[in-house]
Each structure stands twice: as structure tokens, then as C-alpha cells.
Design a protein around this ligand. Structure first.
Ligand SMILES: [Zn+2]
Length: 280
């Protein structure tokens, strides 16, 4: 342990500086989205079975609704631009821009060199949860996705229904790619309904049983044409530390289309306006 300097207290007292103050971000027109949602009609739905994933497509301007129809269940969400798998959800920058857990008004941003809102959260039945006494919140963008490589490293076991593998199988089935070709497109997720935080003493990542119950839901406005994949995590509500013993439930995906004209004047966002010359 290095010696503590005499001015340690002063160094630690430097004030935190918010890296990306919320008022610097382009604000979504939530009133417009709410009006569009009010008149929207369901065009498709699918059930994601426990310990599996399914793909779906959402056109720009449509609403993606994800819910727990039968009981508490964490969902690991991947998003890509519908016509370009190289543009995909960027969990790390979304976390940096909005915080460790997402709610209404937060955007799901795409990776570089695009960096535009792929979607905006417009409804969240768990919006009441806030930050609990353990410092935890819901709809996590801290975690990555459960995967068989970490599992094999830590336990030596071979388990094939981690969210990573579920998403690989779903993307391969949707696109016709081989599993090997599909795997690199699977990326860090939005952990819907997952309740997580960092311990105060060691700042280690922790999970606790999701507060979601049957009927809880999130609604997301698609800012661009999307291909999505959702995995019903084998950890269920993530209240235990074993996928073998967790109680798992399905997740319901519904797509809703606003009434014609409801989004008059609205356009999908353009990529961030950097000229990409990188100083050359
Ligand atoms: Zn998982």
C-alpha cells in the first residue's frame, strides 16, 4: 500500500464533474411520441420463451413494447440498424450519457461512427423504483450479457443458454448467417427489468431480484428502422446466482404502429455530424 500523502483529503475533495450534463443532449419530443403512442395499433407480437431469444423488426416511428406477461424476468436486448449490422447499440456511451440505469426520455445510442439515437424510452412501469437503499436501479446498462466464456472460465462448465448464445442463435436464424458469422454482431445489452448496482465498500457489480411483476413493461420509440433481439435471461429475475435453479418466465414483444399522420414533420435522426477526417 503506498503512503497516503498529507494532502490526501484535499485531493479527494475535488468536486465531481458531470461528463455529459443532460441539458447538452438533443431532447426528444416526448409529447409528440406520447400522442403517436395514444393512437397506435398493434401490428405484431411474439413470445420469447424462457432461456431463449427471438428477433423482431421495428420500423422507424413504431413503438416496441416489452413486458413480463407471467412473472418477473430479465430481458437482454440487442439492437441493430435494420439494414446495417455494423450500426448497433452502444451500451457504454449510453451509460456515459444517461447514467447506469435508463428510464423515460433516455435514448439508446448507436456505436461509432454513427452515434445517433436508435430508440427512445417512452414508458416504464418501473419508473417508480428510482435508486434504492443499496444504490441499485432497474434497466441496467452496466452489465454486459451473461455468456458461456465467462461461465467456462469461472466454473469449467459448458452451458449453452446464456443470453450471449441465445442472441447468437436468434440472429443467425433471422439473418441466415452462420452462428460463427453472427456471433461478432452480438453486443453488450440493455438489461431490461434487471436491478443492479455497485457495492459501496468494494464497488463490485451486484444484482438483486428484479422488482418487475407480471404486467410490468417498457415502451421504446424506434428512431430508425431496427432489427432487435431479446433474450429471456436464464437467471430469471437475477435474484439468485445460478441459471440452473432460477425460475424463468417468457417475455412478450409487441410492435405498435402510430396512426397515419401522427408523426407528421418527424424524421429519423442523422448520425453525429463529425466529419471523420481524424486530423489527417
Ligand atoms: Zn443473461
Amino acid at each position: 500500500m503506498p503512503e497516503t500523502p498529507p494532502d490526501a483529503a484535499a485531493r479527494r475533495a475535488a468536486p465531481p464533474v458531470i461528463c455529459y450534463p443532460p441539458d447538452t443532449l438533443p431532447a426528444p419530443d416526448l409529447a409528440l411520441y406520447a400522442r403517436a403512442r395514444d393512437g397506435a395499433a398493434k401490428t405484431a407480437e411474439l413470445l420469447v420463451p424462457p432461456r431463449a431469444a427471438r428477433c423482431f423488426r421495428v420500423a422507424a416511428g413504431q413503438v416496441l413494447r416489452i413486458s413480463c406477461p407471467d412473472g418477473s424476468q430479465v430481458g437482454d436486448l440487442n439492437l441493430w440498424a435494420a439494414d446495417d449490422l455494423s450500426e448497433r447499440f452502444y451500451s457504454g456511451k449510453t451509460r456515459a450519457l444517461h447514467g447506469t440505469h435508463l428510464g423515460v426520455g433516455d435514448r439508446l445510442w448507436s456505436c461509432l461512427p454513427f452515434l445517433r439515437p436508435m430508440a427512445t424510452i417512452i414508458a416504464d412501469s418501473l419508473g417508480w423504483y428510482g435508486v434504492d437503499a443499496d444504490g441499485a436501479g432497474v434497466h441496467d446498462v452496466i452489465g454486459t450479457r451473461c455468456d458461456p466464456y465467462t461461465n467456462a472460465l469461472l466454473t469449467g462448465g459448458q452451458y449453452h443458454h446464456h443470453c450471449h448464445s441465445n442472441l447468437v442463435r436468434a440472429l443467425a436464424a433471422e439473418t441466415g448467417l452462420t452462428p460463427d458469422a453472427a456471433e461478432p454482431h452480438v453486443h453488450d445489452v440493455l438489461n431490461l427489468f434487471m436491478c443492479t448496482g455497485f457495492t459501496r465498500d468494494s464497488q463490485r457489480y451486484f444484482t438483486k431480484a428484479s422488482p418487475a411483476r407480471a404486467g410490468d413493461h417498457v415502451e421504446v420509440f424506434a428512431e430508425i428502422d431496427l432489427l432487435g433481439a431479446l433474450s429471456a435471461c436464464p437467471w430469471g429475475d437475477c435474484g439468485t446466482n445460478s441459471p440452473m435453479t432460477a425460475t424463468c418466465h417468457p417475455l412478450l414483444v409487441e410492435i405498435l404502429a402510430p396512426a397515419p399522420g401522427a408523426l407528421a414533420g418527424w424524421r429519423p435522426p442523422e448520425p453525429a455530424p463529425y466529419d471523420r477526417s481524424h486530423g489527417l
